[in-house]
Design a protein around this ligand. Structure first.
Ligand code: SF4
Length: 458
């Protein structure tokens, strides 16, 4: 076959993959495959069995927001009154006590992340109470990263000052897109000048490291609007920029039914937006990290990527190498060397369990040896774009032939230009890196078992 015809075929195949749905692989197996009614006793045994000498990561979920964005796919609720937020904080404080009491010692933590929802929807004193409780029950390392997600529209000067005083080292700002037509279509009005002002105030308060989140594939969005947004953002010099594809899943996120589906860009336009924004970021000196992150070369994420120390957790790419992540709050997921646990999603059930002295666990999954091996392979594909499958098998003591059944699928991906394979070693091509979720899914033995619906890849 002539080279030209092969190239055209490869491009058509890659466009087809981009329209396929696949998990984002922030865990393996992914959360839809966790078992329901997971026993609290197992979670307690896992906590008690942690090695007191190894550092932890901590995550607190604050599900409240002051306004509803129509594109939102997060676990959040509108806080019309503050009383439910106060009750939530009280329960969260009690959950921190419960979990800490189940550990073998007062353990060291190297990361504390507040996510949501909008953690800055809390009153500053409530944030102080939570950080204080974490400091009391865990040994937060002097160089620990304290990170918080913020909403530039609603964060107050008092909260910015408190974040600085509490020693937060990183803040992320939801930016998404500056184009006014897009902002109207997603119900999130937030001019660039507002983001610039919050950025300056955060830096003045001592929060040196800033992340911006952008989204492509939004209603009314165009390549030129997104590239203009990229230019405006990079002028504000955030250390990291995440560029996510809008996941239109109105069967899961009911608020997305407010989005005019006719105004959503088609697959080709989405792919063009992703490509153009990525190229604009790289041209402005950002390094591409995995499928959807960009960082200045001196940022710890870029350094970790260069050194092959990049990881994936429920926030996406991270340089955090703690094997154990403890999650607090509704829906929060914890990861321990033995497996995953996920908290109750319903606030009433979560809170009642805590006040009755129970860990509010709803779902979980104990990792088998095969899960660990495949999880490692999937993480390295998502992080490094390369893996030696024999070496991975040796790490986990598996049969050297373990991956041979995947050869037809890998050969098909190679034929379509997503990877190059030399026996056990696979390296993703630049197109394959963008579609790494597809390559990773080759090793996912749960994918065909469940009914879970995932977002499209690009
Ligand atoms: S996108 Fe962020 S601020 Fe908007 S509703 Fe969702 S969690 Fe809240």
């Amino acid at each position: 076959m002539r080279l030209e015809a092969q190239t055209t075929q490869g491009a058509a195949a890659r466009a087809r993959y981009a329209r396929q749905a696949a998990p984002r692989y922030t865990s393996y197996p992914t959360a839809p495959h966790f078992a329901k009614h997971f026993p609290e006793t197992v979670s307690r045994d896992w906590l008690a069995g942690l090695d007191p000498a190894t550092p932890l990561s901590l995550y607190a979920h604050i599900p409240f927001c002051q306004q509803m964005c129509w594109y939102c796919g997060c676990n959040m609720k509108l806080a019309a009154r503050y009383a439910p937020v106060t009750s939530y904080v009280d329960s969260l404080l009690a959950e921190i006590n419960l979990v800490a009491a189940a550990l073998p010692a007062r353990m060291r933590a190297a990361h504390l992340h507040f996510g949501g929802g909008t953690p800055t929807a809390l009153k500053p004193d409530d944030l102080s109470r939570l950080v204080g409780r974490f400091r009391e029950r865990f040994n937060l390392a002097a160089d620990a990263e304290l990170a918080i997600e913020t909403d530039p529209r609603t964060i107050t000067d008092a909260m910015i000052a408190r974040i600085g005083a509490l020693g937060f080292t990183r803040a992320s700002l939801g930016v998404q897109e500056f184009d006014p037509r897009v902002q109207a279509a997603i119900n999130r009005i937030q001019p660039a000048a507002l983001v610039e002002s919050v950025t300056e105030k955060l830096r003045a308060a001592g929060i040196a490291r800033l992340n911006f989140d952008l989204i492509y594939g939004l209603p009314q969005q165009t390549v030129s609007a997104l590239c203009k947004t990229v230019a405006e953002c990079t002028a504000m010099k955030p250390d990291r920029i995440a560029l996510f594809g809008y996941a239109h899943v109105p069967w899961m996120a009911k608020n997305q039914r407010m989005i005019d589906e006719d105004a959503l860009p088609g697959p080709q336009d989405r792919a063009a937006q992703a490509r153009s924004a990525a190229a604009a970021l790289v041209a402005r000196g950002y390094r591409q990290i995995g499928i959807d992150h960009f960082a200045v070369p001196t940022d710890s994420l870029a350094l970790a990527a260069e050194a092959g120390r990049l990881h994936r957790n429920f926030q996406g790419y991270t340089d955090d190498d703690a094997e154990t992540l403890l999650g607090f709050g509704v829906t929060a997921i914890g990861r321990m060397p033995f497996g995953y646990v996920q908290n109750e999603a319903e606030t009433g059930r979560w809170s009642r369990a805590i006040h009755a002295g129970h860990l509010p666990v709803a779902k979980g999954h104990a990792l088998s040896l095969d899960d660990r091996l495949r999880g490692h392979v999937i993480e390295r594909i998502m992080c490094d774009g390369a893996i030696d499958l024999d070496e991975a098998g040796r790490i986990f003591g598996s049969d050297a032939q373990w991956w041979r059944t995947e050869i037809p699928a890998l050969d098909s991906l190679q034929h379509d230009g997503l990877l190059r394979r030399t026996d056990a070693r696979i390296i993703l091509t630049p197109e394959g890196v963008t579609l790494a979720r597809i390559v990773a899914s080759t090793f996912d033995t749960y994918l065909t078992r469940g009914q879970a619906r995932h977002s499209i890849v690009l």
